[in-house]
Design a protein. Structure first.
Length: 300
């Protein structure tokens, strides 16, 4: 459930206290939709975020983003006609941000709502066979990252470094399996499918298996990649169960459908701020028209 807060006509310093009070009242894992009178430019969101949080950063992220101001990045650079399915931010990594901040500088003409999904509800409402398979097997995320020319993202862009030796040391410290090739890098990272709920007893759905799986791709894109690369495991990203078995396509479709049925959308207005716990809420975005400018920051 999203808590709606009226923070209009409040200066930045009093808005900061308003957010702290809301977190104290509703808990730090609550989702807060705060209506403000701020312009919510990247610089303004950065100042507000820095007064409340510590920056997690986006090193190792798989989606295109632009660095805007300090801790603030673009929410995504994916085209507006493509919806973004429900996911937990950076859940394919060794570590992940605790909270996500979204600030709206300019709302879209239509669509473009950010929506949240309860990880507890998603997990509990999945069919037992699907739920148990994910809980028992966990996941492996696989990346194929080119060295500057190729399909998908480069390892330099993804990990924000030009130094292969430094990246090798980092991947080794994170427990990733990786292999350097003439013009690309492959990385395998084990990850959980669920987490212990930080707010109470129980577990929550926590992963990006559905997004990383080839079944999430538009059919024409999938066909081109398969014709070019010959094997889904060579796609820029791929997900499978932790024991090396494939995740059935029909299970992933069931997960997508259930997540959408549980979605709680946020209709953006200029100046709006959305704060939520990344561990207990998945988030996604509907397709949109117009010049949508929503910025993001990730908290430790």
């Amino acid at each position: 459930m999203i808590v709606r807060i009226d923070g209009t006509n409040q200066a930045t310093d009093t808005l900061q206290q308003c957010i702290r009070d809301a977190m104290e009242t509703h808990g730090k894992s609550a989702a807060l939709h705060v209506r403000t009178s701020l312009a919510m430019t990247p610089e303004e969101l950065s100042r507000l975020f820095n007064s409340l949080e510590t920056d997690f950063g986006y090193e190792g992220g798989n989606t295109p983003r632009r660095q805007l101001s300090g801790a603030v990045v673009s929410a995504t650079e994916l085209p507006p006609e493509f919806p973004i399915s429900a996911h937990n931010e950076l859940s394919y990594g060794r570590t992940w941000p605790t909270r996500v901040y979204f600030g709206c500088e300019n709302p879209p003409n239509s669509g473009g709502e950010t929506y949240l999904v309860s990880g507890e509800s998603l997990l509990s409402q999945l069919p037992k066979a699907i739920r148990l398979a994910f809980v028992e097997k966990n996941l492996v995320y696989m990346r194929t990252l080119h060295s500057g020319h190729g399909l998908g993202r480069s390892w330099q862009e993804t990990y924000q470094t030009e130094n292969a030796n430094e990246l090798s040391a980092r991947l080794r410290s994170e427990g990733s399996d990786f292999s350097w090739h003439e013009d690309y890098l492959t990385v395998r990272q084990k990850g959980p499918a669920v987490l212990d709920d930080p707010t109470k007893n129980g577990s929550v759905w926590f992963n990006q298996a559905e997004q990383w799986h080839p079944s999430s791709l538009p059919l024409d894109v999938h066909e081109v990649l398969l014709e070019t690369l010959g094997d889904e495991r060579k796609f820029p990203q791929y997900a499978e169960f932790g024991d090396g078995t494939e995740i059935p396509n029909e299970w992933l479709e069931e997960i997508r459908s259930l997540a959408l049925s549980l979605a709680e959308p946020v209709q953006w207005s200029a100046g709006d701020l959305l704060i939520f716990d990344n561990r207990v809420h998945l988030h996604g975005r509907y397709a949109f028209t117009g010049q949508r400018r929503v910025h993001a920051a990730l908290a430790v």
